[in-house]
Design a protein around this ligand. Sequence first.
Ligand code: SF4
Length: 220
Amino acid sequence: MFYSLQGEGAQQGRPAIFLRFSGCNLWNGQESSRESAICQFCDTDFVGTNGPNGGEFADELSLVEQLLQLWPHQSSSELNRKNRTQSDKKFETKPFVVCTGGEPLLQLTDKLIEMFHKYECIVAIETNGTLPPLRGIDWICVSPKANAPLRLREGDELKLIFPQLNLQPSDLADLNFKHFYLQPMDGPHRDRNTTLALQYCLKNPQWKLSLQTHKILNIK
Ligand code: SF4
């Protein structure tokens, strides 16, 4: 768990607590098996639970309480206190929690979402879209992967890493999302991929360009 700015997509620039779940159903996270994985361009370490504030939690409450310690100036007890004034509420900014991974829908539960809402959090996910969603998630960002079945076909934001062999933006353009983003694939061809994505967006204005600004700014 860590506190930073959302670097990508429609929420770019928004302060958020990132809750990174371990494990993915499209790659086991081991470099030795990257070439045989369904998803081969992952830029995230999602193996294990030894990251900052990581671990295995006894229950939902202990996870949420630890996570809320990361939100500035508001402890979980402050957030949940009953006697806030109207003025407090007006200026309060609810904690924005981005559940990511790995693939968060492998572990996220209804009970955890309920607990987040009890503590007045806004819950977002970043998912590869291969698993059925849970109810009550406030912001759904789907990043489809070529050669993986897409089951989550509606949401707030569709973010396609571009280009991908066997998955074209036009394959996804009719899905039910509010925002459509192309994000240049990182790696040795990032500059070329950025040019390709930019050109595609200019020709197809349904699509917007998403840059990984956390990498440009060198923040987590
Ligand atoms: S689906 Fe996402 S988390 Fe899984 S390997 Fe691909 S990029 Fe990484």
